[in-house]
Design a protein around this ligand. Structure first.
Ligand SMILES: [Zn+2]
Ligand SMILES: [Zn+2]
Length: 404
């Protein structure tokens, strides 16, 4: 067994370096995984701007992953060799969020309100310049603290430790490549779509499309909804069509709203609207595109700006009785249904268009540059340096070449 760990670090903006760390240690209630795929989420933004979420720092990056259990303690419900999904966070398992099976990213042990009050509200949940991850409960750093381990709490690691509550076994015939979408692409959007109760033939608008928007499209199509994508990037619109988007509306068209009304007919708007960019440009349009008594779900938030949501309360919410919500991540109670969806062959075909690039972890800079190019969907890193075909997926080469 290897006696070291290898992690990805972002020592300064636009720089990636692998670093050796001591082999992780586990405590009761935790297991260790050999990480097979560590998907990229927002780390390309960290690479570009060196702004960090509260629980992370320049040596602690990545929160998504799949792998193989390689070490357990006596009494564990897992065994060495189990293939698993790792979910993010270190929840208390006792608060109402945890006991109701909601997303552990919202566990009461995480002091969001306190973090907001005690710091500059504009940067409350970020650490500028790559200082040190905040030692609050509930986050990934807390896993290292609880296990007395110098590494392994985070996703971009060769070996990762996770709370047993945050590990889900997968069937032997589900490829890691599809299971790896269970976090922040098909997973977090599964929970939003489920909470909105999206049904067959409902109208769903997805606005501001990146990998969260793509995940929303796939989830909506899986439920038989009709999907209108509000977007401008020609490459991504082609991708969206390949995932089954029924209509594309360019938000710059003067009559973009009339186009949505023409499609949705007597409803005069979509049953459900998903905002996936975090930009006020799309937020304003989403508020217009949703029908009366419709749902608007906000996934997008900007790390670099905390501009308030542009809402005229009476006109846009009260008079139209719009339900507004947002969230991160997968509810625990949704994991079983999510896993069933990941095993669905049609979903896997759509996912082949969502996964655009795969790299070895040592090629992290290339991966982040690909994400910043905006000609990308979901990007995977392989911490064991065994990526089968590094770079852009073969089935996308022609499409990308068309937009050079
Ligand atoms: Zn909790
Ligand atoms: Zn993520």
């Amino acid at each position: 067994m290897s006696n070291t760990n290898t992690i990805l670090t972002i020592p300064e903006p636009k720089k990636v370096a692998l670093k050796k760390k001591p082999y992780p240690k586990i405590a009761p209630g935790y297991s260790m995984m050999k990480v097979e795929i560590a998907p990229v989420c927002i780390e390309h933004q960290v690479y570009k701007e060196h702004r960090f979420e509260w629980h992370s720092d320049k040596e602690r990056q990545g929160h998504e992953g799949v792998g193989t259990i390689c070490e357990v303690l006596p009494g564990s419900k897992f065994k060495v060799g189990d293939r698993v999904i790792m979910y993010q966070g270190n929840p208390c398992q006792e608060c109402f969020v945890c006991t109701r099976g909601l997303s552990p990213t919202h566990c009461l042990s995480i002091p969001y309100e306190h973090l907001c009050e005690s710091q500059n509200p504009d940067t409350a949940l970020e650490i500028l310049g790559g200082g040190h991850a905040i030692d609050a409960p509930g986050g990934l750093k807390d896993i290292e603290n609880q296990c007395g381990s110098e590494s392994g709490g985070f996703g971009f690691s060769k070996f990762r430790i996770a709370n047993d509550y945050m590990i889900q076994k997968i069937p032997h015939d589900l490829p890691f490549r599809y299971a790896a979408l269970a976090n922040c692409s098909l997973g977090c959007t599964y929970s939003g779509i489920e909470e909105m109760d999206v049904k067959k033939d409902d109208w769903v608008v997805v606005a501001g499309v990146g990998f969260i928007g793509f995940g929303s499209i796939i989830n909506a199509k899986y439920r038989g909804a009709r999907v209108i994508v509000l977007g401008r990037n020609p490459f991504r619109m082609e991708q969206a069509k390949k995932m089954g988007a029924d209509h594309i509306v360019n938000p710059d068209d003067e009559d973009w709203l009339e186009q949505i009304h023409a499609l949705t007919g007597p409803l005069k708007g979509a049953d459900h609207v998903i905002e996936a960019s975090g930009y006020p440009y799309y937020q304003k349009k989403c508020l217009k595109a949703v029908r009366r008594f419709g749902n608007m779900w906000l996934y997008g938030f900007l790390v670099e700006s905390s501009e308030p949501l542009p809402i005229r309360l009476l006109d846009e919410i009260h008079n139209r009785s719009v339900r507004l919500s947002g969230s991160h991540d997968v509810h625990v109670k949704h994991r079983e249904g999510l896993l069933r969806m990941l095993c669905n062959p049609e979903v896997q075909c759509m996912a082949d268009h969502l996964i655009t690039h795969e790299y070895n972890m040592s090629q992290g800079a290339e991966a982040f540059e690909a994400a910043l190019s905006k000609k990308a969907g979901k990007i995977f890193l392989y911490p064991q340096e065994n990526c089968p075909n590094p770079g852009l997926s073969n089935n996308l080469k022609e499409l990308v070449a068309g937009y050079e």
